[in-house]
Design a protein around this ligand. Sequence first.
Ligand code: PA5
Length: 446
Amino acid sequence: MNNIISVTIKDIGLFVNTDELTTFMESAKTSLIALREGRGRGNEFTGWLRLPDKTVSETEGIRKCAARLRSQAPVTVVVGIGGSYLGAKALTEALRDPFGKQEHTLVFAGHTLSEDYHAALLRFLDSTLYNIVVISKSGTTTEPAIAFRILRDHLHNKVGERGMKSHIVAITDARRGALHSLAVSEGYETFVIPDDVGGRYSVLTPVGMLPLALAGYDIDAFAEGMRDMALSVREGNDTASNIAIAYAAARNTLYQNGYTTEILISYEPALVFLAEWWKQLYGESEGKESKGIFPSSVSFTTDLHSMGQYIQQGERKLFETVIHVEEPHHRLVVPGASDDSDGIGFIAGKTLSEVNHKAEAGTRIAHTEGGVPVITVSLQRIDEYNLGQLMYFFELACAVSGYVLGVNPFDQPGVESYKKNMFALLGKPGFEAERERLEGELKAQG
Ligand code: PA5
């Protein structure tokens, strides 16, 4: 087995009582066992736990489909929102060369209702041939449904009725939902999101894997990372070595002590969307029943020049989870300069990573001294294998953490409220009374 991600929680010792942490460790251990044995809340959605042992059989079909789509168009639009969007976005943003020409261009739609965004997307698509991969487990989510309608019309004008079938792939439920019915009637190639895997835990299904393969990344290495993490946390059921238990226990202990906001921090801009994926995972899983840590994120050192001030001296209810990346892929040395007018001659000859790591170490000490507890998650480098490990670790720790908190980490009942109101205000049949009430409220608000 390769290097396994590690988690350091010792730095929170200054802020919480050791006995309390031990109690939460025990609770996290019990929660992990309940999760594995299918005895916790929402246990019908724990299929993702076993995905690392199953994925191999599916990768061949994903690879073939990706090769076919890549051979017939230079661009694919991936349509989806929430768990049907963020995993693929996080992975492809983490792995891509920010300035290089992509082998196959992935663009995203259906994650916003912005007219301008979609108009700009259509302008871009006007001049290129493309495929659509539409992802929705329920098959009824409004944002991707709207985007898919618009894109279908646009694509039809380009490839005609006969071309549609080969240019569209659907990833959805095996039996139910509008997207499933449409895919069957139109004969689109389809992939299944298993019944027992919820959206935000679905990155190791075709939801994450097909876009990853399309963008030209190594899906086997990603699956192997997930598998190695699953094995590692399976072996380490005891509190000391199981990083999922350690992380879940540490954050719940901090929450109990008034640290209600967690900031995920990375010093690599490639991980900005990984943080978006993490926020959805933890926010949707834990924020319910008037409880839950508020997940937020910053990108350092960039945001040390914006949010750094608040974190250092603002209200003391924050804690940090820092993703430490050990090795860069490239080596770049700060050059010497004869005049040293910028005063950084003492850094000349050091690599940027040495400087970045010192910034990280210095910030950790400053923030700890400023009253902000820090948890550290360390990985070797940013690649498919390590991202597989990291994502499985965060998923497992999230489920355990939700159980420790006493909520169902697999539902999202609160998401329905905005939809109900939006449908009523848009005049959906059956919502007439609600529409009247909401319009009255809007009038009263001026
Ligand atoms: O995690 C979740 O379950 C949600 O964020 C869903 O992924 C999101 O609402 C999209 O749902 P669907 O895939 O049904 O379109």
